[in-house]
Design a protein around this ligand. Structure first.
Ligand code: ADP
Ligand code: MG
Length: 660
């Protein structure tokens, strides 16, 4: 069946459906409501002022319509038995002809008891039979939720539906048939039947997701990588040259990477380590191993600031050992870029650091043997597959400063090996964290002054979530005024926010790095990775606006040397939640708490979501189902691999076999 074979569905509607990414009848019936409206008839005597109301009645007066501009408002009297009430509704003038005196209708809206009036949001042209549940869909203008539902119901009987839940699990969990479940979701009679229908569909969705993850993992392990060959003494030389001794966890991590690189298996490893635990140097050492084996390395960072910082560091650490490093970001001039591209293609450049510019079509690599992505959770999994690399299968290393609970990591990063760097470098002191109210600003300013007097620097983070929001930018300006008033005579103050041009940002960052600026007022653009050792205090305004993990990340901007560092969280709200930060510096604990309180979405950031878009499931609310699905799919995958007749699953997940 095609979309245009559905009765009454014309060309125009079809185009609207395309906008909703509905390109066929299967898409259509799998276009699920995002919520359900529970319509229960109200008992008028029990309602208070402004309560929602659903009520039947009979039209008692010819509707009056008032037009103003493109809008209109209609009023009429409604008889609901003992009462006569006034109904008012916007923009339904087109219904006037149907609302004749004596017509039975159901009104949905808000009850204005004081004025004996209903501010209606909807009028139904028949009396409501009983309690009802109505699916509500995301739509675009031109098609209503109700129309969409109508077409879905027309299509349903004619669509062939493939069921991916293996028989044994259907029995084990006592799941209903797929067709029936879909039917119920689009046309529920009551809540009772809806719950198992939705659960069944979620299980299938998550089961197939985990099938893909597991398949991906196995497939990657099968894929041949390059067995690298280098001398251990050379690596030791580099390690000896560092101004510090590596921590035990760093050494362990480097050992694991070494084994990965030397094996014919492709490395696919995630290094998770708390902020400041020293992941960068691990990546550089991996780069050196790869270089000694004769291959190029690529490192991708989420922001220009971070890429630039890595570039500066890499030059210091690696160039003395003969590794040539280049920076590749969007803002580099065309002429310079051409030079760099040439160097990359011909192989004079060994290590390329940049933003996603490293993955643009124009870059042709001579022979990349290692790809590193820093702050992995900021990228979609698929972004890395665009590298043009002349058929080589490079090893891949991910770095994440957002530790996630172990069970969760195993599920979502199911296709990777995971190493954790837990212990911070020995010389670190715990960052002291304080929670303050805005009325305590005086003591905050005093504490800041103490640090400044000791020649240390300070980050001030402004409460800015939406970089586009104008009022937020005003916040930053008023904060600057405040700081100027307090410290402007003695110290230099700089500003950093997402609206600034890249050159401006880098200039400010460089000044802060060189201590030409002592107080840096910034939005969360400093959130990841920035490393200024002399900064010993961070003051975060309106900290209740951030998740715990995000705050922990921000806090990680200080405490990056042996100096005692401080974090001051200013908040007039939600202080209980924030208290955990005053008690621990352990990012793993904090992320676990964050996970408990706010779910996974915040931990991963929205950008990750591209790989995990589900039609019905919610990765945080349905985590229990996900765990079941993981277990079941692992067993099932083993089974169908032995028995190749059952291949509808393999066919469905085949697109994942050549991901990169
Ligand atoms: P992150 O893990 O947050 O990316 P970085 O790699 O930026 O942390 O390291 C934080 C700081 O600690 C850097 O200035 C780095 O030079 C330093 N560092 C890394 N390893 C050690 C170590 N073993 N001892 C002392 N300092 C170290
Ligand atoms: Mg880092």
């Amino acid at each position: 069946m095609e979309l245009n074979e559905i009765k009454g569905l014309g060309k125009k509607t079809e185009e609207l459906l395309h906008k909703l990414k509905i390109n066929g009848v299967v898409d259509l019936i799998e276009y699920y409501p995002y919520r359900f409206e529970y319509i229960v008839k109200s008992k008028i005597d029990e309602l208070r002022q402004d309560d929602p109301i659903v009520i039947d009645g009979i039209i008692e007066s010819i509707p009056n319509v008032y037009f103003f501009g493109k809008k209109n408002r209609m009023t009429f009297k409604l008889n609901i038995g003992r009462h006569l009430m006034n109904v008012s509704i916007f923009n339904r003038a087109f219904l006037k002809s149907k609302l004749s005196i004596g017509a039975e209708v159901t009104i949905i809206g808000k009850y204005d008891k004081m004025h004996n009036q209903i501010q209606a949001s909807d009028i139904r042209m028949q009396k409501l039979e009983k309690e009802a549940i109505e699916p509500v869909y995301h739509v675009v203008s031109g098609i209503t939720s109700k129309q969409l539902n109508h077409y879905i119901k027309l299509a349903l009987p004619f669509v062939e539906i493939e069921d991916f839940i293996p028989e044994e699990y259907k029995q084990k969990y006592n799941l209903i048939e797929k067709k029936k479940a879909i039917h119920i979701i689009h046309d529920p009679i009551d809540k009772l039947e809806l719950i198992p229908a939705i659960a069944r569909m979620k299980y299938e969705e998550l089961f197939m997701f985990m099938m893909k993850m597991n398949y991906l993992k196995q497939n990657k392990q099968l894929k041949k990588g390059i067995a690298k060959n280098f001398k251990g003494e050379k690596i030791d030389e580099l390690i000896q040259s560092l101004p510090f001794v590596l921590t035990e966890d760093q050494v362990k991590c480097i050992e694991e990477i070494k084994i990965d690189l030397q094996s014919t298996k492709r490395m696919n490893r995630l290094v998770q380590g708390d902020v400041g635990s020293g992941k960068t140097i691990v990546a550089f050492i991996a780069t050196y191993m790869n270089h000694l084996s004769g291959y190029q390395s690529v490192m991708m960072a989420p922001t220009e600031i971070l890429a630039t910082q890595h570039y500066e560091n890499a030059k210091k650490v690696l160039e003395p050992f003969g590794v040539t490093v280049a920076l590749l970001t969007g803002k580099i001039k065309t002429k310079e870029k051409k030079e760099i591209y040439k160097g990359i293609e011909e192989g004079q450049i060994h290590f390329i650091i940049g933003t996603h510019a490293v993955f643009t079509e124009d870059v042709i690599y001579k022979n990349v043997g290692l790809i590193i992505t820093d702050e992995q959770h900021r990228f979609g999994v698929n972004q890395r597959s665009n590298l043009r690399n002349k058929g080589l299968a490079p090893d891949v290393l991910y770095m994440s400063a957002t530790p996630i609970p172990r069970t969760y990591a195993l599920t979502i990063y199911g296709d990777m090996d995971v190493t954790s760097i837990k212990t911070p470098p020995m010389d670190r002191k715990e960052i002291k964290t304080y929670l303050k109210n805005e009325t305590e600003m005086k003591s905050v300013l005093e504490a800041m002054y103490q640090e400044l007097k000791s020649h240390h620097q300070i980050y001030v983070v402004a409460p800015l979530i939406e970089e586009s929001d104008k009022s937020d930018l005003e916040n930053i300006t008023s904060l600057e005024e405040k700081m100027n008033k307090a410290f402007g005579k003695l110290y230099k103050i700089g500003i950093l926010h997402g609206k600034m041009r890249n050159e401006e940002k880098e200039e400010v960052m460089a000044k802060f790095q060189n201590n030409e600026i002592q107080i840096l007022i910034s939005t969360t653009v400093i959130e990841v990775g920035v490393d200024v050792k002399n900064a010993t205090m961070i003051v975060i305004f309106d900290s209740f606006r951030f998740g715990l993990s995000a705050l922990h990340q921000l806090r990680g901007r200080v405490g990056r040397s042996n100096l005692q560092s401080y974090c001051i969280l200013i908040s007039n709200r939600e202080t209980e939640r924030l208290e955990i930060l005053t008690k621990t510096n352990d990012g793993f604990k904090i992320s676990e708490e964050d996970f408990r309180l706010r779910g996974a979405g915040d931990i991963f950031g929205e950008k990750q979501s591209g790989d995990m878009v589900f039609k019905l499931s919610d990765i945080k609310k349905d985590f229990k189902i996900l765990l079941k699905a993981k277990e079941d799919s692992e067993k099932f995958l083993e089974k169908i691999k032995k028995n190749s007749k059952e291949n509808k699953w393999l066919k469905c997940i085949a697109e994942y076999t050549d991901l990169d």
